[in-house]
Design a protein around this ligand. Structure first.
Ligand SMILES: [Zn+2]
Length: 97
């Protein structure tokens, strides 16, 4: 069936693991525990201001306020993508079963 006629759905389980994703985006996650520190890519940051949740992928910058709940939200924001574009780009936009 041509792609135009297929139904696509977002599959959250296909999102990359936060540790792998953030490493591939060039963020160094520092520290231990659930919330890691990183340099915020959304403002000129010299002292790690961003907190990243290593399991959920959530992020929050304590200086500029950039935040989101998962790697998809980060990807949309850092690359200026819409939801479906970001999901496609991360391999989590798949033909409906
Ligand atoms: Zn920031």
């Amino acid at each position: 069936m041509p792609d135009n006629f297929r139904r696509f759905v977002f599959n959250r389980r296909m999102l990359p693991k936060p540790a792998d994703y953030y490493a591939s985006e060039g963020l160094r996650l520092l520290g231990r525990g659930a919330w890691r520190d990183a340099l915020c890519p959304f403002h000129p940051d010299t002292n790690p201001s961003m907190r990243v949740h290593i399991d959920k992928g959530a992020f929050r910058c304590m200086v500029c306020g950039a935040h989101g709940g998962d790697v998809l939200a980060f990807h949309m924001k850092s690359h200026g993508l819409r939801f479906t574009e970001a999901a496609k780009s991360l391999g989590a936009w798949l033909p409906a079963p």
